[in-house]
Design a protein around this ligand. Sequence first.
Ligand code: BG6
Length: 370
Amino acid sequence: EKGGWPSFMDKEIHEDPSAVADTLLGRFDAKGDIALDEVHIDEEVFRSIDKIIVVACGTASYAGMVAKYAIEHWVRIPVEVELAHEFRYRDPILTHRTLVVAISQSGETMDTLMALRHAREQGSRVLAICNTQGSSIPRESDAVLYTHAGPEIAVASTKAFLAQIVAAYMLGLYLAQVKGTMFADEIRQIVGQLKAMPAKIQWVLDHQADQVEQAARRLSGARSFLFLGRHVGYPVAMEGALKLKEIAYTFTEGFAAGELKHGPIALVEEGEPVVVIVPSSHGRDTLHNKVISGIEEVKARGAFTIAVAEEGDPDAERYADVVFWRPACPTLLSPLVDVVPLQLLAMDMAQIKGLDVDKPRNLAKSVTVE
Ligand code: BG6
């Protein structure tokens, strides 16, 4: 059942490309416009949506954070991302024009289920992004957009994260289409770029895995790791940190690169591993340069720096001790490739430490209690 792989996690990381490709399938009409046939909510209702609130836990919440950057940019409506277990306790502002998007791999996470029940009681519509047909969360939602990642067995979520981003992006592009906030050509261009992602993810799996394993060997004794990123790299940093703590039991913190100087830099001492998600170097704009200067700052304090950067980025080459390369792609789509070496890193570190990669201590695949 592991298909020859040493662990389910290994198998599932290698299914990242197909999770993306399969989640894109069947979402278009003959003209190439986005048609979310399975979502039985009228176009008119979608047009009236003026706010999105994503509710989710763990990895799914980071997929929601990634989607916030894209959807706000494309649709020009506010997107809030709330941990499902916090949501009900703060008297959230919900109207019939609010779309609550519940993201869950298992569809059984009780915290997320309770959050969506609360949203529906307040008169909001709930759309589930879910990987498990017929599970509780889609059953209790007004609509569902299934991710087609295939069954995910390893406790640490990997391929489902990529599929959740793709599904949320399809929702965002669909909203842009019905609300007219983007031209059809622009939407098609992004869809084309999304369709090109599985090959780029495959490239990372084929050409960066050895580099990641070497880094894991070198760093397996480290007591803690810091992860930093900016813009969509920020939730990727959070997800990378979560993977490493879940699977390799390494103390990690993920944070927004801009926060460095407001606290976390105090943690940096000689040899501290710091993983930095570097945005596209194309044009080497402010976003890219700001993150590079973050690398310089931690390096000046003795950090061992690991960058995830675009192939050929001269700054990453110059300032980072180790680089995991990604093929060039638009910034908003880069999380789909950038998370892959971080998934591999966590898995390799756990394996080197002799831990059970698929069943980490104290964790369950789906948490059906509040
Ligand atoms: C957790 C799992 O407890 O639940 C995480 O260990 C997962 O991997 C989180 O991200 C949310 O699960 P789900 O099924 O709602 O996506």
